[in-house]
Design a protein around this ligand. Structure first.
Ligand code: CP
Length: 292
């Protein structure tokens, strides 16, 4: 049984298979490969993109999907998460997709080995399908020529599971990653670090902008995000005519992370990432539920 807690659960061969399947699904939708399969989702944190993207992906493959609403589940009556999961698994789903605020939860459930577990975002630790769709978007735009590509991750890096997963996956495939953040948002990772975007703007091909993860801040870190935006918002004035791609996992805080004009600019890949997410999640579901 295979799980996806983070992308290091995938061998190089499986990673390439996910990329190739996603590419082929984008060209032409496949037949209903997961007909008669049942997938359950447990989203203990809010989601717009990931939950609906998994649902669209499952339905495009002909699978049925059941959502447990944690706010109305018996975890509210004191049932442990492990018991909730075991009870759901007794209904014999073909896989469970989970989002949780705790870094460890997907791994704990995966180790129970009851059904394939797919991590849809855990704490600040990992968001593997986001990293896969980010890599797919880069490979598509740069026609697979990504070795040595220079990506700057900008924003609340220390609290971001997208940054964690992107960094691990991007390094694995030979992408050069730099980090740009004010001190409170900078993790202690052995990568080039900058406090000012201006110091690296002429040395990057891609900017991955991140939202301040306010829900993970134990106390307010900045009082004034308009002041923060003066230094870290990706604007037309900052990019000028540079051909830098701008990415963001969403949700975007407009004019704090990325300005309105750049979100409408052809250099913005934000909606391309969302579109590609469906094909990547189709490929992940196929790999975990059918090919293993
Ligand atoms: N990128 C992402 O995880 O978005 P959601 O929180 O809306 O799922």
């Amino acid at each position: 049984m295979q799980h996806l807690v983070d992308t290091d659960n995938l061998s190089d061969k499986q990673l390439e298979a996910v990329m190739q399947d996603a590419k082929s699904f984008k060209k032409q939708l496949p037949p209903p490969l997961l007909e008669n399969h049942l997938i359950m989702t447990l989203f203990f944190e809010n989601s717009t993109r990931t939950r609906s993207s998994f649902e669209v992906a499952a339905k495009r493959l002909g699978a049925h999907i059941v959502h447990l609403d944690p706010a109305k589940s018996s975890t509210k009556k004191g049932e442990t998460l492990e018991d909730t999961f075991a009870n759901l698994c007794a209904m014999e789903p073909d896989g469970v997709i989970i989002r949780h605020s705790s870094n460890e939860t997907p791994k704990i459930l995966a180790d129970m080995d009851l059904t394939p577990v797919i991590n849809a975002g855990a704490g600040n630790y990992a968001h593997p399908t986001q990293a896969l769709l980010d890599l797919f978007t880069l490979r598509e735009f740069f026609e697979d020529d990504i070795k040595g590509l220079r990506v700057a991750i900008v924003g609340d890096i220390i609290n971001s599971r997208v940054a964690s997963s992107d960094i691990r996956l991007f390094k694995r495939v030979g992408i050069d990653v730099s980090l740009v953040a004010p001190k409170p948002f900078m993790p202690d990772i052995d990568l080039p670090k900058y406090e000012r975007i201006e110091d690296i703007i002429d040395k990057v091909d891609v900017i991955m902008s991140l939202r301040a993860q306010l829900e993970r801040h134990k106390k307010p870190i900045f009082d004034d995000y308009e002041e923060y935006a003066k230094h870290y918002c990706i604007t037309e004035e900052l990019l000028e005519d540079r051909g830098i791609l701008v990415m963001h996992p969403g949700p975007v805080m407009r004019n704090i992370d990325i300005s309105d004009d750049i979100l409408d600019d052809p250099r913005s890949m934000v909606l391309d990432q969302v579109k590609n997410g469906v094909y990547i999640r189709m490929a992940v579901l196929k790999l975990l539920l059918l090919d293993n």
